[in-house]
Design a protein. Structure first.
Length: 49
């Protein structure tokens, strides 16, 4: 294999690994274990002008 082909294969392998791990992260996400950012406790703080 030439250097150019090997470099392209390594880049493709990196992209595939990155994309695969992201898809695995999304597919294994468990909503019941984490608190939603938007439905958390609302802290209202008034500023004194």
């Amino acid at each position: 294999m030439s250097g150019k082909t090997l470099t392209l294969l390594l880049i493709l392998a990196f992209v595939a690994l990155t994309l695969g791990s992201f898809i695995w992260f999304i597919m294994s996400w468990d909503k019941s274990k984490t608190q939603s950012v938007t439905t958390g406790p609302q802290i209202i703080e008034e500023r004194i002008a």
